[in-house]
Write a protein that binds this ligand. Structure first.
Ligand code: NAD
Ligand code: TYD
Length: 335
C-alpha cells in the first residue's frame, strides 16, 4: 500500500510515518509537506534513507503541485495531517489557517475525486465542537467552533463530508483530543512548559488554569488512524479520545513534581481570547466498532514525554526561538 501523508514533517504526521514504516514492511510513504515553521525534516532523520520513504516539498493549497505529486506517486490513500495548528497563532494571524485548512483540504479532495477503493483520511480535532460545558460530544453533536483555528478545521470537516456525499470520495473523518509525546513543536502547552522547566523559566498559565483537555499518547493515536485507514467505514466520522479530562493546573502540578519544583514558577497570565474551557469528545463509536482503546495512561505518557525532551535538547532548542508567545502576550497581555 502506498500512503500519501500530508504534513508528515510535523509532530503527528512524522510519528505516524515512523509507525507505519515500522509496522508494515511492504508499505511505502510519500510525505508531502510545505515545511512551515512547524515542519522539520529532523523529525524523520532516521527514516530518510529508507527506500520506501519519499519526501516531496509542497503546499496542499497548490493544486498543480498536489496533482503532479498524485500523478507521479498514485497513492492508495491520502492522510491529511497538514494544518496550521496553534490556536494562539490563529488569533494573531488567521490567514494561513483559512488557506491551509479550507483551501488545502478542498484541493486534496479535488485530487481524490477519482478515488474509488482508495481512502481519504482527514485528521481533525475535537475543537470543532467548541467549548463543552457539560456531558460529552458524540460525532453528531453540533459544530460550534470559536477560534479561527477550529473554525477553519470545521470548514475542512464540512468539505470532507460534502465530497463523500456528492462525489462518493471514500472519506474517513477523525476528530481527536490533544496528543502528547515526542516531536511536538515547543510552543504547545506540554512541550512549552517542559522546556521552560528544563531552562528554569516560569510557566505562563492562561487565566485561572482550570481549563481542561483530554490527551492521548502519540502511539495510541497512530494505532487509531491505522485501524480507521484499514477498517473504518467510508463517509463516517470517528472521535478519538482517552475520555480522561486533565485540568491545565493538574498537568502543571504533575510536571512540577517530575522536575522537583514548587509552584513559585507558576505565573498566571492574561487568558487566551475566546478560550474554550473544556472539550470532551465521546469515543464510544471507535471503541465499540473497531475495539480501539488507549494503552498509555496520561501520567505515563507525560513521564515518557518529559524524558524525551530531556534527552533531545538538540532537537527543541533551535525551534524555541521561533515561539511567538511573547508577541502574543504583548498583543493580549492587558485583557
Ligand atoms: P504540526 O503543527 O506539528 O505540523 C503540521 C505540519 O503540516 C507541518 O509539518 C507543516 O509544515 C505542515 N503544513 C502546514 N501547512 C501546510 C500546507 N499548506 N501544505 C503542506 N504542509 C503543510 O501539527 P500536528 O500537531 O502534528 O497536527 C497534525 C494534525 O492533527 C493537524 O491537522 C491538527 O489539526 C490535528 N490535531 C492535532 C492535535 C494536537 O494536539 N496536536 C489534536 C487534534 C488534532
Ligand atoms: P494548547 O497546547 O495550545 O492546545 P489547545 O489547542 O487544546 O488549546 O493549549 C492547551 C491548554 O493549555 C489550553 O487550555 C491553553 C493552555 N496554555 C497555557 O495555559 N499556557 C500556555 O503557554 C499555552 C501554550 C497553553
Amino acid at each position: 500500500m502506498r500512503l500519501f501523508v500530508t504534513g508528515g514533517a510535523g509532530f503527528m504526521g512524522s510519528n505516524f510515518i515512523r509507525y507505519v514504516l515500522t509496522k508494515y514492511p511492504e508499505y511505502e510513504v510519500v510525505n508531502f509537506d510545505k515545511l512551515t515553521y512547524a515542519g522539520n525534516l529532523e523529525n524523520l532523520r532516521d527514516m530518510e534513507h529508507d527506500k520506501r520513504y519519499t519526501f516531496v516539498k509542497g503546499d496542499i493549497a497548490d493544486a498543480k503541485a498536489v496533482q503532479q505529486a498524485m500523478d507521479k506517486h498514485r497513492p492508495d490513500a491520502i492522510l491529511n495531517y497538514a494544518a496550521e495548528t496553534h490556536v494562539d497563532r490563529s488569533i494573531l494571524d488567521p490567514d494561513a489557517f483559512v488557506r491551509t485548512e479550507v483551501i488545502g483540504t478542498y484541493t486534496l479532495l479535488e485530487a481524490a475525486k477519482t478515488f474509488k477503493n482508495r481512502r481519504f483520511v482527514q485528521i481533525s480535532t475535537d475543537e470543532v465542537y467548541g467549548h463543552v460545558a457539560s456531558g460529552r460530544t458524540s460525532e453528531t453533536a453540533m459544530l460550534a467552533p470559536r477560534s479561527p483555528y477550529s473554525a477553519s478545521k470545521a470548514g475542512a470537516d464540512l468539505l470532507v463530508q460534502a465530497y463523500h456525499t456528492t462525489f462518493g470520495v471514500p472519506t474517513i473523518l477523525t476528530r481527536s483530543c490533544n496528543f502528547l509525546g515526542p516531536y511536538q513543536f515547543p510552543e504547545k502547552f506540554i512541550p512549552f512548559f517542559i522546556t521552560n522547566l528544563i531552562d528554569g523559566k516560569s510557566l505562563p498559565v492562561y487565566g485561572d488554569g482550570k481549563q481542561s483537555r483530554e490527551y492521548i499518547y502519540v502511539d495510541d493515536h497512530c494505532a487509531a488512524i491505522d485501524l480507521l485507514l484499514h477498517e473504518g467505514t467510508a463517509g463516517e466520522i470517528y472521535n478519538i479520545s482517552s475520555e480522561k479530562s486533565q485540568e491545565n493546573l493538574t498537568v502543571v502540578k504533575l510536571l512540577l513534581k517530575m522536575f522537583g519544583k514548587d509552584e513559585s514558577v507558576v505565573e498566571h497570565v492574561a487568558d487566551r481570547p475566546g478560550h474554550d474551557r473544556r472539550y470532551a469528545p465521546d469515543a464510544a463509536k471507535l471503541r465499540r466498532e473497531l475495539h480501539w482503546k488507549p494503552t498509555v495512561a496520561f501520567e505515563e505518557g507525560l513521564r515518557r514525554t518529559v524524558e524525551w525532551y530531556r534527552e533531545h535538547e538538540g532537537w527543541w532548542r533551535p525551534l524555541k526561538s521561533g515561539v511567538h508567545l511573547k508577541y502574543f502576550q504583548q498583543q493580549y497581555g492587558d485583557r
